[in-house]
Design a protein around this ligand. Sequence first.
Ligand code: AP5
Length: 227
Amino acid sequence: MTFQKHMRLIIIGPPGGGKGTLCEHIVKDYGVVHISGGDLLREEIAMGTPIGLEAKDLMEQGRLVPDEAMIRLILNRMQQKDCVARGVLLDGFPRTLSQAQALTRVGAAFDGVVVLNVSVDALLERALGRRLDPTTGRVYHLKFQPPPADIASRLVVRPDDTEERQRYRIGVYNKFRDQLVAHFVGSVVEVNGNQPIPKVYDEFRLKIAQRLLDKQRVAPTNPTSKL
Ligand code: AP5
């Protein structure tokens, strides 16, 4: 299979739904730059920046970081040379209508907006079994993506991966999901996230290929994105 290079995509999906896991596969095959809002914030926290200091408690509680700070962070990252050269994969941004409107306002164009749909039961099971390797940043799952035995003792649990916080985060996601889908109507590709990881990726590849073909038919030239 050939993969379109220089793609520009958004992945929208519930917390712990498998966005990051799907992005790992996409980056490997399509060569795009992965921009995760959560990862950027965790870097800011590690560096002790003002945004990081503001974000730390909010993230631990599963609450959203204010739009203004989030928009600044993402737009700065999108303007860096690697994103311009290789294309971008926005993961977990936008999460609110005003974040989506900010992208539109600056003229950022996307080839598609992937919406990952996952049931609440699966979201709880995925968050509660998730383990993070602090050395490599890799994400595992005790049941679905078991870590190698030799690194098991160094894995950590994210502070927001408790049942109570996961339920709260799902509520926050549900509040904005339909507004985001409506904002990007015409570009949305829905993927069933209630399947094993390889099947989710297969469905993504089929649907995004179809979306790119449809887009070519409507507008045969590439979109010009100001970002
Ligand atoms: P962030 O880190 O982005 O958290 P999230 O959206 O809650 O998403 P996660 O990273 O938890 O999950 P994921 O969908 O990537 O799933 P994963 O692949 O790990 O954000 C954290 C916080 O930062 C937010 O709560 C907020 O405070 C703040 N923030 C971030 N962006 C913001 C924004 N735009 N605006 C304001 N605030 C923002 O998978 C989960 C587990 O399931 C893993 O263990 C994995 O192995 C397993 N798994 C994955 N896929 C499958 C599958 N198909 N079957 C079985 N298991 C699977």
